[in-house]
Design a protein around this ligand. Structure first.
Ligand SMILES: Cc1ncc(COP(=O)(O)O)c(C=O)c1O
Length: 425
């Protein structure tokens, strides 16, 4: 498909809406310079000013099957009647049972129960609570440098990717390990000093998301799993961004041949989920949520998403396309190309150049996202084709040349959006 950017960005209709959001949203956070229309097809979407874009950001990994997937549209159309949101932990809907059942077919065998909530942060929050409930003498939890686990205060306490996320917010008790093999020795020291029973959990992203798309060293993941297992410390893996097939396996931790005790999911699943072995079951009333397990449209779309990934064998498409995309990025001599499947990234020389890159790509119709200090995420929908990959690589090549020309500078309205790609999670 031809990418047509026929207006300045944002276009006039988009600008009116964005201005309204800016005026009224108390936490306005540099959104992208366009407003989505309902039109789109696979990896492409149209904004309300008639511009067509190629989406290699996938709504921050939460739109795995692209725009206007026919089967998902059919599910959406089948829910015409109000309400579509029930108080799902207190009143029962069939979609709750169906999603739990399907979700539990794709997780490691030792994880046999799940709890559905509204977001990724809430999923992590509830994973943490399941662990704390069991570790009765625990005083603190442990996570890793550059981790991102969400913005609710519990999950945020264990988030260490950017200072802006945490400034002035009180934290739960936490200790931080480096995201390197050194963490193994450091964890041993903490256990020796404080005692294993003082540790409520160790929480990790096997592939860090917002913090930079950093793939954990295999020795680190295996070493931490070994220690946590031998001391009976719950090991939580956060799969909110990396899970649901994004890396070519259902869960990123499966690349390391380990299984966690507890795991979070959200984004591509459409709802949040804390997933654990039944030994972490808690008594009635100790954790809950009004809408969790009750947004029937989200649950039905999440269920169908899993079914489509299975039926269309998309995990192998992700692996195959991921391989050619990564090779293409390496062939362009981009810096520090990394990642697995369709969860890829590369670096620019600094943050300013990275932001320039994202904006210049947008002007060519390609949507990309930042991560870490100076990284760019490449996360297309799972259905991405060879042609679409070639089209994106073509734009990346042109943009890379352009932003490195001496005296390169953006001009016009888009200058108000220069940091749009950097602060998202
Ligand atoms: C690894 C990880 N955990 C948790 C979250 C929080 O998810 P949400 O923004 O849905 O609350 C995110 C969001 O990007 C994430 O990437």
């Amino acid at each position: 498909m031809n990418l047509k950017i026929k207006t300045q960005l944002p276009g006039p209709k988009s600008e009116i809406i964005i201005k309204k959001i800016k005026k009224l949203n108390i936490a306005y956070s540099d959104p992208y310079p366009y407003v989505h229309s309902k039109k789109g097809d696979g990896c492409y979407f149209k904004d309300i000013d008639g511009n067509w874009f190629l989406d290699f950001a996938s709504q921050i990994a939460s739109n795995p099957l692209g725009y206007n997937n026919r089967e998902l549209n059919k599910v959406v159309k089948s829910y015409k009647k109000h309400p579509i949101k029930y108080a799902g932990q207190d009143f029962n809907v069939k979609e709750h049972a169906d999603l739990l059942e399907e979700l539990l077919t794709i997780v490691p065998k030792n994880l046999d129960k799940a709890f559905l909530v509204n977001s990724g942060a809430e999923a992590v929050e509830n994973c943490i609570k399941l662990a704390m409930r069991r570790q009765k003498k625990a005083k603190f939890g442990i996570s890793f440098q550059n981790d991102f686990h969400g913005r609710t205060l519990g999950a945020l306490s264990y988030t260490h990717s950017k200072p802006i996320h945490k400034q002035n917010f009180f934290s739960l008790q936490n200790k931080t390990l480096p995201f390197s093999e050194d963490a193994i020795e450091k964890l041993r020291k903490i256990i020796k000093q404080d005692g294993a029973q003082k540790i409520a959990f160790v929480l990790m992203e096997a592939i860090q998301g917002e913090g930079g798309y950093n793939v954990a060293p295999e020795k680190l993941v295996k070493g931490i799993r070994k220690i946590t297992k031998s001391y009976n410390i719950p090991f939580i893996i956060d799969e909110v961004q990396s899970g649901m097939g994004r890396t070519g396996k259902w869960w990123a931790h499966q690349h390391f041949n380990i299984t966690p005790d507890i795991m979070s999911s959200a984004k591509a699943l459409q709802v949040g989920a804390a997933i654990a072995s039944k030994k972490f079951s808690v008594e009635s009333g100790s954790i809950s949520s009004t809408w969790g397990g009750g947004h029937i449209l989200d649950m039905a779309v999440g269920l169908k998403t899993i079914e489509i990934i299975k039926k269309r064998k998309l995990l192998s498409n992700i692996t195959r396309r991921g391989y050619s995309l990564k090779k293409g990025l390496n062939d362009l001599n981009l810096e520090n190309v990394r990642g697995k499947g369709l969860m890829l990234a590369f670096d620019l020389a600094d943050k300013g150049i990275r932001n320039n890159f994202i904006i210049e790509s947008l002007k060519h119709g390609l949507v990309l996202l930042g991560c870490g200090e100076k990284g760019i995420r490449i996360i297309p929908p799972y259905i991405v084709s060879k042609n679409e990959i070639d089209q994106a690589l073509g734009i990346i090549e042109v943009v890379n040349k352009k932003i490195n020309e001496s005296g390169f500078k953006h001009t016009g309205k888009i200058c108000n959006y220069l940091t749009c790609g950097e602060s998202h999670t």
